[in-house]
Design a protein. Structure first.
Ligand code: ADP
Ligand code: MG
Length: 242
């Protein structure tokens, strides 16, 4: 079953075309890793999937809902799609627990007790429940990113998008975040992950997508594309990052 369908999607910033006729189908439970040089349109692509950016051309259907500018429509898509950012984007003035409770209370209408119970469940899942009463600045980067993942999970989305979730982390903290993401992947969550962590991609991805200059240049199973890249551009990219 296809849960995300992008059909000939183009996205412009003024005269600049950031996405060029991008087509991609993602199946329920699939793990897709997107890589490519800086500026190739990776963030733009996943931001279009949850309507953070509006595309001008083509169709994006997420879990049966076609993305349009209609606010009701956007809300429906966003309630199914969580997003984890490079810079965590936690609310600095709220405790970890309150960061997690905010969405479920305001958007899903849970009571404080229900929201807290749910928050603790997901904090345990990312193995950070002992930090519930701290503020984000009191945590390491790796801990903050795990909190951000738990916050997304609290909305119980059907799809999780990750935009370079380990790029802002010190090297020693990358593994703890990738471990949480690996566990999520094995639980059957549909995930699209923009990352250059190729070890993670090899272990977890069902499919790799390579982007360059706003286009999807190559798509395939990790073992196939890494061992025998079809395009020169992808081959060159792999050599640079490995
Ligand atoms: P990536 O995530 O692969 O590094 P992005 O999707 O962020 O690339 O950006 C793709 C291209 O679109 C880049 O050239 C970038 O400068 C441009 N771009 C992204 N966001 C904007 C914006 N809000 N306004 C203008 N140009 C943008
Ligand atoms: Mg980006």
């Amino acid at each position: 079953m296809t849960i995300i369908s992008m059909r000939d999607v183009s996205k412009f910033f003024g005269d600049f075309q950031a996405l060029k006729d991008v087509s991609l189908d993602v199946a329920l439970g699939e793990r897709v890793v997107i890589c490519g040089p800086s500026g190739s349109g990776k963030s733009t692509l996943i931001r279009c999937i949850n309507g953070l950016e509006a595309h001008e051309v083509g169709d994006i259907v997420v879990d049966g809902t076609t993305l349009t500018a209609d606010p009701a429509n956007l809300e429906k898509v966003r309630s199914n799609v969580g997003m984890v950012f490079q810079q965590f984007n936690l609310f600095p003035h709220l405790t970890v627990l309150d960061n997690l409770c905010l969405g479920p209370r305001r958007v899903l209408g849970l009571t404080q007790i229900q929201a807290r119970e749910r928050a603790m469940t997901y904090l345990e899942r990312v193995q950070i429940s002992e930090q519930a009463d701290k503020f984000p600045r009191q945590l390491s980067g790796g801990q903050q990113q795990r909190v951000a993942i738990a916050r997304s999970l609290c909305m119980e989305p059907r799809i999780l998008l990750f935009d370079e979730p380990t790029s802002a982390l010190d090297p020693e903290m990358i593994a703890e975040v990738l471990d949480v993401m690996t566990e999520l992947a094995s639980s059957g969550m549909t995930m699209i992950v923009v990352t250059h962590e190729m070890g993670f991609a090899r272990r977890v991805a069902d499919r790799m997508v390579f982007m360059d200059k706003g286009e999807i240049v190559e798509v395939g199973a990790p073992q196939d594309v890494f061992n025998a890249p079809k395009s020169k551009r992808f081959e060159k990219f792999i050599k640079q990052i490995l």
